[in-house]
Ligand binder design. Sequence first.
Ligand SMILES: [Zn+2]
Length: 100
Amino acid sequence: MIHYTCDGCGRTIDSCNEMRHVVRVEVYAALDPSEDELDDDRDHLQEIQDLLERLDDDEDSLGQEVYHQQRYDLCGECRRRYVKNPLGRLAPEHFGFSQN
Ligand SMILES: [Zn+2]
């Protein structure tokens, strides 16, 4: 029997008795084209791939700023919390848009 650990609360998820939820986070540099090189045919992911290949030796520092992928297992409780507030403390309440 495979045991998963919830990356939110650290609890073991008993996958026989409860649903396990997977969160995949993908963060990558937007690489917005400047005006004079606006070209719909450009493949930004390919550009990132090329960049990453060049950064191969340095993957842990600059590479992660360009492209970072992470996978989390969550229990049902943490899934609910995550969906409500995916950015967590990055978006505190006083930072909201209510002032306008
Ligand atoms: Zn949890």
